[in-house]
Design a protein around this ligand. Structure first.
Ligand code: KG4
Ligand code: ZN
Length: 345
């Protein structure tokens, strides 16, 4: 067996930590050979959030056929693959177990190395797939439904978390406020569309932690303020104004936190934004301003790489394979797995 660790290396990646079952084949030269994503949005929408039991069952049904389909799309067999990567956490444990055990079985059967990927490192390193020039260290703002963190990404397996949310993740704040405004789940994109026709100066909403030291976040007070305004009753125009005011408060807060985070990581080569909320244009514009004032580029990978996907898992597998960081077959699935606990040894 020849294991490539160069540009020719091919890694199969599996993602199943939340409500996306995803499989991808990525080559070391940054080629996405094939990928598929099956979203479970429709299954969870009636409940207004992800139901872990439903998610785990859906992953169990879909993952094997999806692996077969991606291999067929690529016209490859497991012999052509250099290593098998899967998200091993953090995430909903049932789904993580499905993906990780599938990867272990394939790796064992095909006699290939296993790469147990930290989902957060997947988000952290995938911008390097999209941008070959992106050099360590860079400042990552991870803005998703489950995570909200400022991280100094210093190398493969080397990450320093500078700040995190004290309560809700930013995507969660979007989703909860959208629900209060009567929008369907997941509400972030709906809220952005509603905000497009609104007056962002109409409601003076709180900007939690704005102007304070550090780069932690807090969003629950903002959501409460939205709830109090909604409770008084809103006409259609006021709904759009409230959505726009909420979005402006979030964007300003994120910009303030990002500015402090850059000051805490002065060697950063770029400000990088990832996670589903990175799709929001108001958020991007605010962060572009922060980056420009710091004389740095804002790197925002294509949205399909920002949200959960298996390409980021396969690419992180490539980076770890190059660094010689393969994993044992008894690697535990982890519901919680902070980036700080990733080591290179
Ligand atoms: O990264 P992601 O796909 O999944 C995880 O949470 O891991 O992020 C999903 C989150 C949801 O909260 C969704 O409402 C939010 O990203 N989101 C947005 C937008 N698109 C997705 N929030 C605000 N504006 C958007 N355009
Ligand atoms: Zn994610």
């Amino acid at each position: 067996m020849v294991t490539h660790t160069s540009d020719a290396a091919i890694v199969l990646g599996i993602e199943s930590s939340c409500d996306e079952t995803a499989v991808a084949l990525v080559r070391g030269d940054r080629t996405i050979i094939a990928q598929r994503i099956a979203s479970q949005e429709a299954e969870h929408a009636p409940y207004g959030g992800v139901v872990p039991e439903i998610a785990a069952r859906a992953h169990a049904e879909r993952v094997a056929p999806m692996i077969a389909a991606v291999m067929a799309d690529a016209g490859l067999t497991l012999d052509d693959v250099d290593a098998i990567a899967a998200t091993a956490g953090p995430g909903l444990i049932g789904g993580v177990m499905v993906g990780l055990v599938s990867a272990k079985a394939l790796a064992m059967a095909a006699d290939k190395p296993l790469l147990a990927i930290n989902h957060l490192e997947g988000h952290a390193l995938s911008p390097r797939l999209a941008d070959a020039e992106l050099a360590f260290p860079y400042l990552l703002l991870l803005l998703s439904g489950g995570h909200c963190q400022c991280v100094s990404v210093q190398g493969v397996g080397r990450h320093v978390r500078l700040g995190t949310t004290l309560d809700d993740a930013v995507g969660e704040a979007f989703d909860k406020s959208a629900k209060l405004l009567g929008l369907p789940w997941p509400g972030g994109p709906h809220l952005e569309r509603l905000a497009a026709g609104g007056d962002a100066t109409r409601f003076a909403l709180p900007r939690p932690l704005f102007g304070r030291a550090g780069c932690d976040f807090s969003f629950s007070g903002l959501k409460t303020a939205v709830a109090q305004i909604v409770a008084k009753g809103l006409d259609a125009g006021a709904r759009a104004d409230l959505a726009a005011s909420f979005q402006a408060a979030v964007a300003a807060t994120l910009a303030d936190r990002a500015k402090n985070a850059l000051a805490m990581a002065p060697a950063s080569t770029a400000l990088v934004v990832a996670g589903g909320v990175a799709a929001n244009q108001a958020v991007r514009a605010a962060l572009a301003g922060v980056a420009a004032r710091a004389g740095l580029p804002l790197v925002a990978p294509p949205i399909r790489l920002c949200t959960d996907n298996a390409v980021m898992v396969a690419w992180t597998g490539i980076e770890r394979l190059r660094a010689g960081l393969t994993d044992a077959f008894d690697h535990a699935p982890r519901p919680r797995w902070p980036l700080a606990e990733l080591t290179r040894t």
